[in-house]
Write a protein that binds this ligand. Sequence first.
Ligand SMILES: [Zn+2]
Length: 397
Amino acid sequence: MSIIRDIVSDFSDEDDIDLCDDVNEEDDDVNEEEEDVEINTSQPDGLTTLRNGYDLFVGMQFESKEATIDAIKQFHIHNSFDYVVKISRPHIFVAQCKHFGAGCEWRVRASFSVKRDVWEIKKIDGTHTCVSTIVSQDHSKINSSFISNCIINLVPEDPGIPIKTLVKEIVSRFGYTVTYRKAWTAKQLAMSRIYGDWEESYNELPRWMNVVQHFAPGTIVRYEASRNYVNGVEDPSAFILNRVFWAFKPCIEGFAFCKPILQVDGTFLTEKYTGTLLIASSQDGNRRIFPVAFAIVEGETKEAWEWFFYNLRTFVTPQPYICIISDRDTGLLGALRTELPRWCNSKSVYCIRYLASNFNKEFKDSDLKEKVIQMGITFFKSFMFGIYSYIYFNFIN
Ligand SMILES: [Zn+2]
């Protein structure tokens, strides 16, 4: 909610021109004429007992219709009342108590002021005299869209904020416990509003890569895309992204100062569009991880790894005598058999920690896992064979 000004001291009805000429066409219950609006910049008596921060009063101004409705919602949620919308047009919004005509006469009218370029609460009739019920754990106006407005500032601070924390935030602000699902949907909405939705993000990818290449010349970006067909007819305005490979120029240059090793691995992506992120990294002189190249592909298939290794060798690391460290992924091993002979004097070795992890998945023994790691990192063949024999005869055989 963005309140521009709470109280307008210089408010004058005479210079106000609202686009509300259709007010009487839509709803017989609402019979306000613009000139009949009595402007009152003080708080109505009925609102003085309400908690601060969620009050509504004539003269409140907002930057948009959405912000106006948000304030009306917050007022009702916070005070356990409810309303129904009577008119909702581009320049006018009228709502009244859910129990209007049955003992409660509360009604609000807000409209857009062309002259001031703001939305404003023009009239509030009566006060809520209906009985508020705080028994319910839910409120009809607390939907995912409303919650996303409330948490919009929390998400950028911590995009990984747990859903339970968001539920607690709503409880502390309004006293209602919303469902996990509702809060989860609200977070997705907030993420989409802040960072764009999934389709937008993919559409932005080529532009984003172009900008990176513009400001870091020498950055490598390679795509694989296929044509887009709609009902059998090619749509030339869009392509389907199959794979993308990229390596930033500073990483390409920095690799020359790293150990001549490339550790390659993939991790699957979650959320709406699945896929796999492939990474090649190295180590600097201080044994710090140094990223070299990335790719988003369909999965750890042999074809995807071949494409990754081809781009890596051709555009990023053409140096000889590189050692490639990997796990024993089937697709990766298949690709290495095809690709590695084309790498000049390069070697392929396995990462002992991967092997030990896989070993542990099978035997579920952390002591054995450590022995496997010891076996892998020892430089003395006889000593390594000793550990192997110990493991084999004592645990496996
Ligand atoms: Zn009421």
